[in-house]
Design a binder for this molecule. Sequence first.
Ligand SMILES: *Cc1c(COP(=O)(O)O)cnc(C)c1O
Length: 385
Amino acid sequence: MLEPSARVIPFNKASFVGNEQAYMAEAIANRHISGDGPFTKKTQALLEGVMGARQVLLTTSCTHALEMSALLLDLEPGDEVIVPAFTFVSTVNAFALRRAVAVFVDVRADTLNIDERLIEAAITPKTKAIVVVHYAGVACEMDAIVDIAQRHGLDLIEDNAHGLFATYQGKQLGTFGALATQSFHETKNFTCGEGGALVVNEPRFMERAEILREKGTNRARFFRGAVDKYTWVDLGSSYVPSDLLAAFLLAQLEHRDSIQHTRKQIWTRYHEGLRDWAQAHGVQLPYIPADREQSYHMFYMLLPTLNERARFLAELQRNGVNAVFHYTPLHRSEAAARLGARGDCPVTESVSDRLVRLPFYNSLAFEDQTTVIEAVRSFAPAVRV
Ligand SMILES: *Cc1c(COP(=O)(O)O)cnc(C)c1O
């Protein structure tokens, strides 16, 4: 056994702020452990206040919030939804479940976000919506994208799983689209294990969002005293998380400033520690345009080739560092072929082959980050782009 690899620095580790258990104990003491209890209300109010969003509804996951978005759009089979090819499956699957056709648009080579210059060419009379993902919590080109959506009468949805509390020209991500979705999965900046939220920015979706989330019933109106009994009024499913999870999440969100501060320090140390090495070896580091503040969700880099990435990952593993790649191109997937999705996305294919994410979590120890930076710097790619 090699001594350095005795302990592997993981890619991700669940991090806790300390109050999670006390808040969950309080939820138990309240005897309200189903959904929409006091902790859910506090958490939603916190998010609405900080984001400046009209309505935030906690959900069981970001995937489910995306499914709710697809239901709210009233998609018909054959309707088209524009999506980036470089994203997590749920961004697309939620709309495919409504039998909508995914039209994939390639990403920009600098931010890895949907390329706004390619969106209009993908619009047809069947297009209903544009879905964007703020990759790594760095905003898409929102001025251009909001303008395209408005000119073509399309709904804009933000899959903001990476970008909570990031901004574009001072405005919070998740408040640009008619709808936006958040994730509180263990791998995200703020977590309750599994969880999410739907952000509703367009008033026309507010009441129906509550109904879909409550199994298609008008239960929320009933509890407000607006109707005297609650019944089945629409489609829906069980998208309400337990107040126990909301309690856990509230503890984390109340510590948002210290969590984001820690993550900014980790990100900045990677960036400063690797900049000259990256430049010398033709490795691309993240690009953050000056008009946006990122969420410090991850630290990624692009190696020159697929082969060099494989050598790099193996080398890091030998040095006790678990670095990982990310999304595989969705337009090339088995499901996309079967469901008749379309789109040609060469940048996505190239990025997907070359991207590496370094260990990044709130409790990453200073010495462990030193180990990662040294392991990265000891690698010399054999080729340059
Ligand atoms: C994590 C993630 C999701 C899914 O989140 P869940 O809460 O696990 O459903 C969706 N989209 C993106 C871009 C993600 O990173």
